[in-house]
Design a protein around this ligand. Structure first.
Ligand SMILES: [Zn+2]
Length: 267
């Protein structure tokens, strides 16, 4: 599933390419892939201009003249804007811009969603459903959020606590800060909590710089794969040597999620 860096790479690409594009019409090939938060249909988007492309956590937010759109890619969602080539199968909707350019949404597993809100009624703008972005998290709030008996790995994956982190970047950040994924969050000392937040920012920045992580489905908005998978420390490296101590990377389940770590370097 795409995490914050992957969605941010797509956001940056779309922000450069679809802002100021005006929607002519929308082809809907799989009806459930689009939800309307109101008594209107997809045709409400016709003639509207894309004014900005934002992101909150793993969600993309497109601002139009009269509507806000949220796109959640879920497991296998892919956005393609004017790709050189595009697979012909599993396309769920197409934005046909008046310029003749097109934005395609492809989704093999069909869990991805485009949700259309009336302007100003976007849910994650109105409530605190999604936690702080990692770069905006105040240190004292972070300390408060960690006052829980839950395993730190599980806390990192909780989108109410902090936005955008999934399995890959949680494992990477815990490795970088030397913290065992099963540690109780409340057992982290102040300096450990501070180091962990710093490590989260480092691995996410790195993920964005390398264009995201592609193991299977993730592609940037231009249809290209990311390269972060070649720069990971522990994620899906079970049995490989730890870069610090050369001992093999272990894999355990924490709260049902695979967790990769070095049992020597992560206390
Ligand atoms: Zn190690």
């Amino acid at each position: 599933m795409p995490e914050l860096p992957e969605v941010e790479v797509i956001r940056r690409f779309l922000n450069l390419n679809i802002v100021k594009e005006q929607i002519g019409f929308v082809d809907v090939l799989y009806e459930k892939s689009i939800e309307c938060a109101g008594s209107f249909g997809v045709s409400t988007l016709y003639d509207q201009t894309v004014n900005f492309v934002n992101r909150k956590g793993k969600y993309l937010h497109l601002g139009l003249d009269n509507n806000d759109l949220v796109i959640h890619l879920r497991m296998t969602g892919q956005l393609y804007f004017e790709p050189d080539t595009i697979p012909k199968d599993h396309i769920r909707w197409v934005f046909n811009f008046k310029s003749g350019k097109k934005l395609y949404f492809r989704d093999v597993r069909k869990f991805g969603r485009l949700i259309i809100y009336p302007k100003g009624e976007l849910e994650f703008c109105k409530n605190a459903d999604i936690g702080f972005e990692p770069w905006e998290m105040p240190l004292d709030t972070w300390g408060e959020k960690l006052k829980t008996e839950r395993a730190i790995k599980i806390v990192l994956l909780d989108q109410h606590v902090i936005a955008g982190i999934g399995n890959i970047y949680a494992d990477e950040a815990l490795y970088l800060s030397g913290i065992h994924p099963e540690r109780k969050a409340s057992s982290l000392a102040h300096t450990e909590a501070k180091d962990l937040l710093k490590a989260i920012r480092i691995v996410l920045d790195q993920g964005i710089r390398y264009g995201g992580t592609t193991f299977r489905d993730y592609l940037g908005g231009d249809g290209k794969k990311g390269a972060m998978q070649d720069h990971l420390y522990v994620y899906q490296k079970t049995g490989s040597n730890c870069l610090r101590c050369s001992r093999p990377i272990s894999r355990i389940k924490v709260g049902g999620r695979s967790s990769h770590f070095c049992s020597n370097c992560q206390s």
